[in-house]
Design a protein around this ligand. Structure first.
Ligand SMILES: [Zn+2]
Length: 271
């Protein structure tokens, strides 16, 4: 059932099964809005944020684009503004959102384009299609960070340091220490973490970040296993979220490591 026909059939099914309940739900949300998070993720059709987080209307602000990019504050002038920083301001300043999540994923076509252009040394070339220019402009910092990882040679997985706006938001990361992912997926994980630095570059967010009123999280969806991973600052790597480690990950995600703690080996726990 191709194209618009599938969409309209879906609308009919929605009318039959959910519409009446949705009216009540939307009134309830309007009277008592309780959004809990802002999620930046890729527009890939295989990634369904409401399904993999089991979220409902009113739960999350969701911003999607090609490659889950969140432009750095350097690209937020009047002439070069994009929607992502505005969405960040809307959620965290005009609404009481305390958790901002960037969710990348494996086999990302936008990151693959970035990787291919890097191979052609085309990133500095300002000619390109809208998609190429989007990926080049906002993916360049991720490629540069990824090169730090590659320059480690035998050490392979890291650590590489993600320099935050303050020492408190600086963290180390090992990328794929088990060496189970492709180069594309390793770049995608680096890129996901780099977006946290871009978010933290926004002046309007700095006070809230320094007071721990807003927390930044990186998640990554493994398309082969349909598993969700989250970056653990304690373990300095992406970890699959499961029933055994959920509480550890929750506690971990709310704490920022002291800068001096970074030299210590990461503690190990299940998961
Ligand atoms: Zn993608």
């Amino acid at each position: 059932m191709p194209g618009l026909q599938k969409v309209l059939k879906g609308v009919l099914q929605y009318r039959e099964l959910f519409k009446s309940k949705m009216v009540e739900k939307l009134v309830q949300i309007s009277e008592h809005p309780q959004p809990t998070a802002l999620l930046f993720t890729c527009m890939d059709t295989r990634l369904q944020p409401s399904v993999i987080t089991m979220s409902n209307p009113g739960d999350m602000f969701v911003v999607r684009n090609a490659g889950n990019m969140v432009p750095h504050s350097d690209f937020c002038s009047y002439d070069h503004i994009t929607t992502e920083p505005g969405a960040l301001e809307l959620a965290c300043i005009h609404n009481p959102i305390r958790h901002v999540i960037v969710c990348g994923h494996s086999d990302c076509k936008a990151i693959n384009l970035l990787l291919n252009m890097r191979d052609k040394k085309a990133l500095e070339n300002k000619d390109g299609t809208p998609l190429e220019n989007w990926v080049k402009k906002h993916g360049l910092s991720s490629v540069m960070k990824f090169e730090q990882l590659e320059n480690l040679g035998d050490k392979g997985s890291g650590p590489i340091i993600f320099q935050g706006a303050s020492p408190k938001h600086t963290f180390e990361a090992f990328i794929d220490p088990q060496n189970e992912y492709s180069i594309l997926d390793k770049l995608s994980q680096v890129h996901c973490l780099q977006q946290l630095q871009n978010i933290a570059s926004q002046d309007f967010l700095k006070e809230k970040l320094s007071k721990n009123e807003v927390h930044l999280h990186a998640m990554w969806y493994d398309m082969k296993l349909a598993d969700m991973l989250i970056f653990s600052r304690q373990r300095k790597q992406f970890v699959t979220v499961n029933e055994d480690n959920y509480l550890h990950l929750l506690e971990d995600s709310m704490t920022m490591p002291d800068h001096k703690e970074m030299e210590k080996p990461s503690p190990v726990w299940r998961g």
